[in-house]
Design a protein around this ligand. Sequence first.
Ligand code: PBG
Length: 358
Amino acid sequence: MKPKSQLEILKSGLNAFRPDVPKPDTRLRRLRRTENLRALMRENRVTVDDFIYPIFVEEQAAERSPIGSMPGIFRETEATLPLAVKDVAKHKVKAVILFGISHNKDHSGSDSMHSGGLLARMIAEAKNASPDTLVIADVCFCEYTDHGHCGVLDHNHDVDNDRTIENIAIQSVIAAEAGADMIAPSGMMDGQVAAIRAALDENGFSHIPIMAYAAKFASAFYGPFRDAAGCALGKGASMGNGDRKTYQMDPANLREAVREAEMDEIEGADILMVKPGLAYLDILARLRDETNLPLAAYQVSGEYAMMKYAAQAGALNYDDVMLENLMAFKRAGADLILTYCALDAAVALDKLADHLEL
Ligand code: PBG
């Protein structure tokens, strides 16, 4: 008889010691054995087609300037914006969303309601630079008002909903006339989608879609954006005037988010967005069950900053956590992702593809 091998001795010893451990019939690890098998089994994919890249544009600035709280992101000038948009196209990212940094602010944000204002100019400049790149207009007033709120204030210093949606309708037509391919209202005013749809349709823009910030939460994750866009609310603001909680949603509320989304769909939204991203994946997953409209997730400035700074501190690998986060949005049901990582992700995905082909 052949002498027993080390392994056989070990096995019989283990069996003698724990004789009744059942062996699994179902072995899920079978399908994870090799990279090719895992690729075959992958349920979701992140591609460069999913991304919308936000760009900040500062008027009357001599040079583009780095944004301290968002490493790798710049405030472009109107002169550098065309280069930035061309670079986006070079990375094969299909869409940008523009945020203005105004030096012509007033009570109502009137600069954004003129055809010569920053909103209109930056859209035209981006469109000229790369006509095939989709240029999305974020329509809101916080970047253009001197008080920093997302609309005109009433005598109680709260945002006046119905006057604001009249202004949003004007702002949207201005954006469409300047060449915007899509309108994205982010002010969280009631009735804003219906007001915009009607105004666009009346002015010959029935072909321009609306991507509604359907569920936008009053989030601390917007901190770096407010720094970048210069739209923080005044510190000395009076009671109830120092935050956006009378219009942005309470982070505690899921059912209300579904109602917001339902209203926007009824009012004519073409795409629904959830914002912020990672902390609100449950909202996204729930909306995926509730609607057949395309869904977008906005991975906001604070999420970007967390990944960048953790990576800088050596705690995380930026590329890996970035791709994992982006995949989480796809898995939860997003079709589109607004992300400051878009260009980094395009490069990382390219590298990954090259590596797999080797
Ligand atoms: C407002 C707007 C904000 C963001 C996008 N649009 C800021 C806010 O509501 O305070 C935040 C985006 C980000 O944090 O990346 N128009």
